[in-house]
Design a protein around this ligand. Structure first.
Ligand SMILES: Cc1cc2nc3c(=O)[nH]c(=O)nc-3n(C[C@H](O)[C@H](O)[C@H](O)COP(=O)(O)OP(=O)(O)OC[C@H]3O[C@@H](n4cnc5c(N)ncnc54)[C@H](O)[C@@H]3O)c2cc1C
Length: 372
Protein backbone atom coordinates (compact mmCIF):
# COMPACT_ATOMS: atom_id res chain seq x y z
CA UNK A 1 0.00 0.00 0.00
CA UNK A 2 1.42 3.41 -0.98
CA UNK A 3 2.12 5.63 2.02
CA UNK A 4 0.68 9.16 1.95
CA UNK A 5 3.16 11.99 1.46
CA UNK A 6 4.23 13.80 4.66
CA UNK A 7 1.97 16.74 5.53
CA UNK A 8 3.32 20.09 4.42
CA UNK A 9 3.70 22.58 7.23
CA UNK A 10 1.62 25.74 7.04
CA UNK A 11 3.37 29.09 6.76
CA UNK A 12 1.10 32.08 7.34
CA UNK A 13 2.45 35.41 6.14
CA UNK A 14 0.63 38.49 7.46
CA UNK A 15 0.96 41.29 4.92
CA UNK A 16 1.55 41.22 1.18
CA UNK A 17 3.92 44.18 0.89
CA UNK A 18 7.56 44.13 -0.17
CA UNK A 19 8.52 41.91 2.77
CA UNK A 20 5.62 39.45 2.63
CA UNK A 21 5.72 38.65 -1.07
CA UNK A 22 9.45 37.94 -0.94
CA UNK A 23 9.03 35.45 1.90
CA UNK A 24 5.88 33.77 0.58
CA UNK A 25 7.06 33.00 -2.94
CA UNK A 26 10.30 31.11 -2.19
CA UNK A 27 8.49 28.84 0.33
CA UNK A 28 5.66 27.92 -2.06
CA UNK A 29 7.39 24.68 -3.13
CA UNK A 30 7.94 23.45 0.42
CA UNK A 31 5.01 24.57 2.57
CA UNK A 32 1.33 25.43 2.42
CA UNK A 33 1.74 29.17 2.19
CA UNK A 34 -1.17 31.43 3.14
CA UNK A 35 -0.61 35.13 2.53
CA UNK A 36 -3.12 37.37 4.33
CA UNK A 37 -3.54 40.84 2.85
CA UNK A 38 -6.46 43.28 3.13
CA UNK A 39 -5.74 45.08 -0.15
CA UNK A 40 -6.98 43.84 -3.54
CA UNK A 41 -3.54 44.23 -5.09
CA UNK A 42 0.11 44.64 -4.21
CA UNK A 43 0.79 48.37 -4.05
CA UNK A 44 4.22 49.43 -5.22
CA UNK A 45 4.12 52.46 -2.96
CA UNK A 46 7.71 53.45 -3.72
CA UNK A 47 6.11 55.07 -6.81
CA UNK A 48 3.00 56.43 -5.05
CA UNK A 49 4.05 60.07 -5.30
CA UNK A 50 4.70 59.75 -9.04
CA UNK A 51 1.16 58.42 -9.44
CA UNK A 52 -0.23 61.43 -7.58
CA UNK A 53 1.29 63.88 -10.07
CA UNK A 54 0.67 61.55 -13.04
CA UNK A 55 -2.21 59.09 -12.45
CA UNK A 56 -1.35 57.22 -15.67
CA UNK A 57 1.14 55.38 -13.40
CA UNK A 58 -1.66 53.89 -11.28
CA UNK A 59 -2.21 50.83 -13.47
CA UNK A 60 1.50 50.03 -13.32
CA UNK A 61 1.88 50.25 -9.55
CA UNK A 62 -1.17 48.27 -8.40
CA UNK A 63 -0.08 44.73 -9.24
CA UNK A 64 -2.20 41.60 -9.03
CA UNK A 65 -1.25 38.78 -6.63
CA UNK A 66 -2.54 36.16 -9.07
CA UNK A 67 0.92 35.14 -10.30
CA UNK A 68 2.63 35.11 -6.90
CA UNK A 69 1.95 31.56 -5.66
CA UNK A 70 1.44 28.33 -7.62
CA UNK A 71 0.30 26.14 -4.73
CA UNK A 72 -0.36 28.52 -1.88
CA UNK A 73 -3.12 31.09 -1.61
CA UNK A 74 -3.56 34.79 -1.03
CA UNK A 75 -6.59 35.60 1.09
CA UNK A 76 -8.05 39.06 1.17
CA UNK A 77 -8.47 39.60 4.89
CA UNK A 78 -6.81 41.29 7.84
CA UNK A 79 -5.29 39.79 10.98
CA UNK A 80 -7.09 41.22 14.00
CA UNK A 81 -5.45 38.98 16.60
CA UNK A 82 -2.30 36.93 16.27
CA UNK A 83 -0.47 34.73 18.71
CA UNK A 84 2.20 32.18 17.82
CA UNK A 85 -0.10 29.30 16.83
CA UNK A 86 -3.37 31.09 16.10
CA UNK A 87 -4.39 33.97 13.89
CA UNK A 88 -7.88 35.46 13.90
CA UNK A 89 -8.94 37.37 10.79
CA UNK A 90 -11.46 40.19 10.53
CA UNK A 91 -13.84 37.85 8.68
CA UNK A 92 -13.88 35.64 11.78
CA UNK A 93 -11.84 32.90 10.07
CA UNK A 94 -8.99 31.38 12.06
CA UNK A 95 -5.63 30.03 10.93
CA UNK A 96 -3.30 27.70 12.83
CA UNK A 97 0.17 28.25 11.38
CA UNK A 98 3.18 26.06 12.01
CA UNK A 99 5.29 29.09 11.10
CA UNK A 100 4.08 32.67 11.27
CA UNK A 101 5.64 35.66 9.50
CA UNK A 102 4.77 39.20 10.58
CA UNK A 103 5.15 41.36 7.48
CA UNK A 104 2.40 43.90 8.13
CA UNK A 105 4.66 46.88 7.51
CA UNK A 106 3.60 50.37 8.42
CA UNK A 107 1.04 53.01 7.62
CA UNK A 108 1.95 56.45 6.29
CA UNK A 109 -0.42 59.34 5.60
CA UNK A 110 -1.93 59.45 2.10
CA UNK A 111 -0.73 60.01 -0.60
CA UNK A 112 2.56 58.29 0.32
CA UNK A 113 0.67 55.10 1.17
CA UNK A 114 -2.93 54.29 0.25
CA UNK A 115 -5.49 54.29 3.04
CA UNK A 116 -8.16 52.35 1.13
CA UNK A 117 -8.00 48.58 0.62
CA UNK A 118 -9.99 48.40 -2.62
CA UNK A 119 -8.01 49.19 -5.77
CA UNK A 120 -10.85 51.02 -7.51
CA UNK A 121 -11.52 53.25 -4.51
CA UNK A 122 -7.80 53.88 -3.97
CA UNK A 123 -7.38 54.87 -7.64
CA UNK A 124 -10.40 57.17 -7.36
CA UNK A 125 -8.89 58.93 -4.35
CA UNK A 126 -5.55 59.45 -6.11
CA UNK A 127 -7.31 60.84 -9.22
CA UNK A 128 -9.47 63.28 -7.26
CA UNK A 129 -6.49 64.43 -5.16
CA UNK A 130 -4.51 64.86 -8.39
CA UNK A 131 -7.27 67.11 -9.74
CA UNK A 132 -7.23 69.18 -6.53
CA UNK A 133 -3.43 69.46 -6.66
CA UNK A 134 -3.49 70.42 -10.34
CA UNK A 135 -5.87 73.28 -9.54
CA UNK A 136 -3.82 74.56 -6.58
CA UNK A 137 -1.38 77.39 -7.19
CA UNK A 138 0.36 77.10 -3.80
CA UNK A 139 1.24 73.81 -2.10
CA UNK A 140 2.35 73.32 1.50
CA UNK A 141 4.21 70.15 2.47
CA UNK A 142 4.55 69.44 6.19
CA UNK A 143 7.69 67.39 6.80
CA UNK A 144 10.99 67.67 4.93
CA UNK A 145 12.07 64.05 5.29
CA UNK A 146 12.56 61.80 2.23
CA UNK A 147 8.81 61.83 1.43
CA UNK A 148 8.46 65.63 1.62
CA UNK A 149 11.58 66.18 -0.49
CA UNK A 150 10.48 63.60 -3.07
CA UNK A 151 6.95 65.02 -3.28
CA UNK A 152 8.29 68.56 -3.74
CA UNK A 153 10.43 67.29 -6.64
CA UNK A 154 7.51 65.42 -8.22
CA UNK A 155 5.25 68.48 -8.08
CA UNK A 156 7.90 70.81 -9.49
CA UNK A 157 8.70 68.37 -12.33
CA UNK A 158 5.09 68.47 -13.55
CA UNK A 159 4.11 72.02 -12.56
CA UNK A 160 7.31 74.13 -12.41
CA UNK A 161 5.28 77.30 -11.83
CA UNK A 162 3.52 76.14 -8.64
CA UNK A 163 4.66 77.61 -5.34
CA UNK A 164 5.86 74.71 -3.18
CA UNK A 165 6.78 75.31 0.49
CA UNK A 166 8.35 72.63 2.69
CA UNK A 167 8.12 73.13 6.45
CA UNK A 168 9.89 71.11 9.14
CA UNK A 169 10.65 71.67 12.79
CA UNK A 170 14.05 69.99 12.19
CA UNK A 171 16.85 72.28 11.15
CA UNK A 172 17.65 70.34 7.96
CA UNK A 173 16.05 68.06 5.38
CA UNK A 174 16.02 64.22 5.62
CA UNK A 175 16.41 63.79 9.38
CA UNK A 176 19.43 62.98 11.49
CA UNK A 177 20.80 59.79 10.02
CA UNK A 178 22.16 61.03 6.72
CA UNK A 179 25.29 62.87 5.60
CA UNK A 180 25.39 66.69 5.74
CA UNK A 181 26.68 66.90 2.15
CA UNK A 182 23.69 64.86 0.93
CA UNK A 183 21.29 67.20 2.71
CA UNK A 184 23.11 70.22 1.27
CA UNK A 185 22.86 68.77 -2.26
CA UNK A 186 19.12 68.10 -1.90
CA UNK A 187 18.57 71.62 -0.54
CA UNK A 188 20.51 73.03 -3.49
CA UNK A 189 18.40 71.13 -6.04
CA UNK A 190 15.16 72.11 -4.32
CA UNK A 191 16.24 75.76 -4.27
CA UNK A 192 17.14 75.58 -8.00
CA UNK A 193 13.56 74.48 -8.65
CA UNK A 194 12.24 77.43 -6.65
CA UNK A 195 11.01 75.37 -3.69
CA UNK A 196 10.80 77.34 -0.46
CA UNK A 197 12.28 75.63 2.61
CA UNK A 198 11.22 76.77 6.07
CA UNK A 199 13.28 74.70 8.49
CA UNK A 200 13.84 74.73 12.24
CA UNK A 201 10.39 75.93 13.23
CA UNK A 202 7.10 74.00 13.54
CA UNK A 203 3.70 75.49 12.73
CA UNK A 204 1.87 77.31 15.52
CA UNK A 205 -1.23 75.35 14.55
CA UNK A 206 -2.11 72.78 11.88
CA UNK A 207 -3.81 74.00 8.70
CA UNK A 208 -7.58 74.42 9.22
CA UNK A 209 -8.41 72.33 6.14
CA UNK A 210 -8.11 68.57 5.62
CA UNK A 211 -4.91 67.30 3.96
CA UNK A 212 -5.42 67.06 0.19
CA UNK A 213 -8.41 69.43 0.18
CA UNK A 214 -8.39 72.35 -2.27
CA UNK A 215 -9.13 75.38 -0.09
CA UNK A 216 -6.97 78.43 0.60
CA UNK A 217 -5.68 78.89 4.15
CA UNK A 218 -2.94 80.68 6.08
CA UNK A 219 -0.56 79.12 8.61
CA UNK A 220 2.23 80.65 10.69
CA UNK A 221 5.46 79.05 11.90
CA UNK A 222 6.65 79.47 15.50
CA UNK A 223 9.31 81.78 14.07
CA UNK A 224 6.55 84.02 12.73
CA UNK A 225 6.64 83.29 8.97
CA UNK A 226 3.20 83.31 7.35
CA UNK A 227 2.42 80.90 4.50
CA UNK A 228 -0.69 81.07 2.34
CA UNK A 229 -1.43 77.85 0.45
CA UNK A 230 -4.31 76.24 -1.46
CA UNK A 231 -3.62 72.61 -0.50
CA UNK A 232 -1.36 70.74 1.91
CA UNK A 233 -0.04 67.24 2.48
CA UNK A 234 1.32 65.54 5.59
CA UNK A 235 4.74 64.11 4.82
CA UNK A 236 5.60 62.48 8.14
CA UNK A 237 4.14 59.87 10.48
CA UNK A 238 5.18 56.23 10.01
CA UNK A 239 3.05 53.94 12.20
CA UNK A 240 4.08 50.27 12.43
CA UNK A 241 1.10 47.93 11.89
CA UNK A 242 1.42 45.74 14.96
CA UNK A 243 -1.69 46.46 17.02
CA UNK A 244 -3.11 42.97 16.30
CA UNK A 245 -0.38 41.16 18.23
CA UNK A 246 -1.62 39.24 21.25
CA UNK A 247 -0.35 36.92 23.98
CA UNK A 248 3.36 36.11 23.73
CA UNK A 249 3.72 38.19 20.55
CA UNK A 250 2.41 41.33 22.23
CA UNK A 251 5.34 41.02 24.66
CA UNK A 252 7.76 41.60 21.77
CA UNK A 253 5.96 44.79 20.69
CA UNK A 254 7.99 47.80 21.80
CA UNK A 255 6.29 50.95 23.11
CA UNK A 256 6.89 52.57 19.69
CA UNK A 257 5.05 49.68 17.99
CA UNK A 258 8.04 48.04 16.29
CA UNK A 259 8.55 44.33 16.93
CA UNK A 260 11.75 43.22 18.65
CA UNK A 261 13.59 40.49 16.74
CA UNK A 262 16.73 38.40 17.12
CA UNK A 263 19.54 38.57 14.50
CA UNK A 264 17.85 35.51 12.88
CA UNK A 265 14.72 37.72 12.54
CA UNK A 266 12.78 35.54 14.96
CA UNK A 267 10.37 37.54 17.09
CA UNK A 268 11.99 37.92 20.53
CA UNK A 269 11.13 34.90 22.68
CA UNK A 270 9.67 32.87 19.77
CA UNK A 271 10.95 29.83 17.87
CA UNK A 272 8.61 29.76 14.86
CA UNK A 273 7.49 33.35 14.46
CA UNK A 274 9.49 35.79 12.35
CA UNK A 275 9.11 39.52 11.69
CA UNK A 276 10.67 41.61 8.96
CA UNK A 277 10.30 44.79 6.97
CA UNK A 278 8.87 48.04 8.34
CA UNK A 279 7.11 46.37 11.28
CA UNK A 280 10.30 44.91 12.71
CA UNK A 281 13.01 46.62 14.74
CA UNK A 282 15.71 44.71 12.81
CA UNK A 283 17.10 47.75 11.02
CA UNK A 284 16.87 51.53 11.49
CA UNK A 285 16.97 51.77 7.72
CA UNK A 286 13.34 51.06 6.86
CA UNK A 287 12.79 50.56 3.17
CA UNK A 288 11.65 48.24 0.42
CA UNK A 289 15.37 47.56 -0.05
CA UNK A 290 15.82 46.50 3.59
CA UNK A 291 12.68 44.31 3.37
CA UNK A 292 14.18 42.70 0.25
CA UNK A 293 17.44 41.94 2.07
CA UNK A 294 15.66 40.51 5.12
CA UNK A 295 13.26 38.30 3.14
CA UNK A 296 15.83 35.68 2.03
CA UNK A 297 17.02 35.40 5.66
CA UNK A 298 13.47 34.68 6.86
CA UNK A 299 12.57 32.37 3.98
CA UNK A 300 15.92 30.54 4.32
CA UNK A 301 15.53 30.16 8.09
CA UNK A 302 12.00 28.76 7.77
CA UNK A 303 13.30 26.35 5.12
CA UNK A 304 16.14 25.28 7.45
CA UNK A 305 13.69 24.69 10.32
CA UNK A 306 11.29 22.71 8.11
CA UNK A 307 13.94 20.54 6.47
CA UNK A 308 16.21 20.29 9.50
CA UNK A 309 19.11 21.14 7.22
CA UNK A 310 21.51 24.01 7.67
CA UNK A 311 22.09 26.66 10.29
CA UNK A 312 19.88 29.68 10.83
CA UNK A 313 21.26 32.73 9.02
CA UNK A 314 21.62 36.12 10.69
CA UNK A 315 20.66 39.50 9.33
CA UNK A 316 23.37 42.15 9.45
CA UNK A 317 21.95 45.67 9.03
CA UNK A 318 24.08 47.61 6.53
CA UNK A 319 25.20 51.22 7.18
CA UNK A 320 22.63 53.90 6.32
CA UNK A 321 22.07 54.38 2.61
CA UNK A 322 19.34 56.16 0.67
CA UNK A 323 18.47 57.55 -2.72
CA UNK A 324 16.08 60.48 -2.94
CA UNK A 325 14.75 61.37 -6.38
CA UNK A 326 13.78 64.95 -7.16
CA UNK A 327 11.56 64.41 -10.18
CA UNK A 328 12.41 61.85 -12.89
CA UNK A 329 15.89 63.29 -13.56
CA UNK A 330 17.14 64.81 -10.29
CA UNK A 331 17.97 63.83 -6.73
CA UNK A 332 20.96 62.45 -4.86
CA UNK A 333 21.86 59.67 -2.47
CA UNK A 334 24.47 58.11 -0.23
CA UNK A 335 25.76 54.57 -0.26
CA UNK A 336 27.65 52.57 2.31
CA UNK A 337 31.36 52.46 1.58
CA UNK A 338 31.36 55.35 -0.90
CA UNK A 339 32.65 58.83 -0.10
CA UNK A 340 30.96 60.29 -3.17
CA UNK A 341 27.30 61.12 -3.24
CA UNK A 342 25.12 59.14 -5.64
CA UNK A 343 24.71 61.59 -8.55
CA UNK A 344 21.36 62.62 -10.02
CA UNK A 345 21.89 60.53 -13.17
CA UNK A 346 22.36 57.35 -11.11
CA UNK A 347 19.34 58.17 -8.92
CA UNK A 348 17.31 58.61 -12.10
CA UNK A 349 18.52 55.23 -13.40
CA UNK A 350 17.89 53.44 -10.09
CA UNK A 351 14.52 54.98 -9.30
CA UNK A 352 13.47 58.31 -10.80
CA UNK A 353 12.75 57.18 -14.37
CA UNK A 354 11.04 53.81 -14.13
CA UNK A 355 10.35 53.83 -10.35
CA UNK A 356 11.53 50.16 -10.19
CA UNK A 357 8.15 48.98 -11.47
CA UNK A 358 9.52 46.18 -13.62
CA UNK A 359 11.45 44.57 -10.79
CA UNK A 360 8.38 44.23 -8.59
CA UNK A 361 6.15 43.07 -11.43
CA UNK A 362 8.67 40.25 -11.95
CA UNK A 363 8.77 39.42 -8.22
CA UNK A 364 4.99 39.03 -8.34
CA UNK A 365 5.31 36.58 -11.22
CA UNK A 366 3.64 38.91 -13.70
CA UNK A 367 4.74 38.80 -17.31
CA UNK A 368 6.88 41.80 -18.12
CA UNK A 369 5.01 42.31 -21.39
CA UNK A 370 1.73 42.73 -19.52
CA UNK A 371 3.20 45.58 -17.53
CA UNK A 372 4.75 47.64 -20.30
C1 LIG B 1 6.50 57.66 -0.84
C2 LIG B 1 7.44 56.58 -0.43
C3 LIG B 1 8.55 56.30 -1.21
C4 LIG B 1 9.42 55.29 -0.83
N1 LIG B 1 10.51 55.03 -1.60
C5 LIG B 1 11.37 54.05 -1.24
C6 LIG B 1 12.50 53.75 -2.05
O1 LIG B 1 12.76 54.39 -3.06
N2 LIG B 1 13.30 52.72 -1.67
C7 LIG B 1 13.05 51.99 -0.53
O2 LIG B 1 13.82 51.07 -0.20
N3 LIG B 1 11.99 52.25 0.27
C8 LIG B 1 11.15 53.26 -0.07
N4 LIG B 1 10.06 53.54 0.73
C9 LIG B 1 9.83 52.73 1.95
C10 LIG B 1 9.05 51.46 1.61
O3 LIG B 1 7.86 51.76 0.93
C11 LIG B 1 8.72 50.68 2.87
O4 LIG B 1 9.86 50.51 3.63
C12 LIG B 1 8.13 49.34 2.49
O5 LIG B 1 6.80 49.56 2.07
C13 LIG B 1 8.18 48.32 3.60
O6 LIG B 1 7.67 47.10 3.12
P1 LIG B 1 6.86 46.11 4.08
O7 LIG B 1 6.48 44.95 3.24
O8 LIG B 1 7.62 45.89 5.34
O9 LIG B 1 5.57 46.94 4.51
P2 LIG B 1 4.37 47.52 3.64
O10 LIG B 1 4.82 47.89 2.28
O11 LIG B 1 3.75 48.54 4.52
O12 LIG B 1 3.39 46.28 3.46
C14 LIG B 1 2.69 45.75 4.55
C15 LIG B 1 1.43 45.09 4.06
O13 LIG B 1 0.79 44.51 5.16
C16 LIG B 1 -0.60 44.73 5.07
N5 LIG B 1 -1.15 44.70 6.43
C17 LIG B 1 -1.16 45.68 7.36
N6 LIG B 1 -1.77 45.27 8.47
C18 LIG B 1 -2.17 44.00 8.26
C19 LIG B 1 -2.85 43.03 9.04
N7 LIG B 1 -3.28 43.30 10.29
N8 LIG B 1 -3.10 41.81 8.50
C20 LIG B 1 -2.67 41.52 7.24
N9 LIG B 1 -2.01 42.40 6.45
C21 LIG B 1 -1.76 43.63 6.96
C22 LIG B 1 -0.74 46.09 4.39
O14 LIG B 1 -1.97 46.22 3.72
C23 LIG B 1 0.45 46.07 3.43
O15 LIG B 1 0.08 45.65 2.14
C24 LIG B 1 9.19 54.56 0.36
C25 LIG B 1 8.07 54.84 1.16
C26 LIG B 1 7.20 55.84 0.79
C27 LIG B 1 6.02 56.13 1.66
Amino acid sequence: MASSPPARPTVVVLGGGYAGIQVARPLDDLADVVLVEPKDDFVHNVAALRALVDPSWLERIYLSYTGLLDRGRVIRDRAVKADAGRVVLSSGAELSPDYLVLASGSGYPFPAKPDLAGTEAAHGKVRSTHAALAAAGRVLLLGAGPVGVELAGEIKAVWPGKQVTLIDMASDVLGERYRPDLKAELRRQLADLGTELLLGSPLRAEPPTAAGELRTFTVTTQAGTEVIADIWFRCYGVVPASDYLAGGLAAARRPDGFVEVTPELLVAGQERVFALGDVSAADHNKGAGAAGRQAPVVAGNIRALITGQGELARYQPPPASIIVPIGPDGGAGQRAGSEDLVPAETVAQLKGRDMMVQRFAELLGLSTAAQS
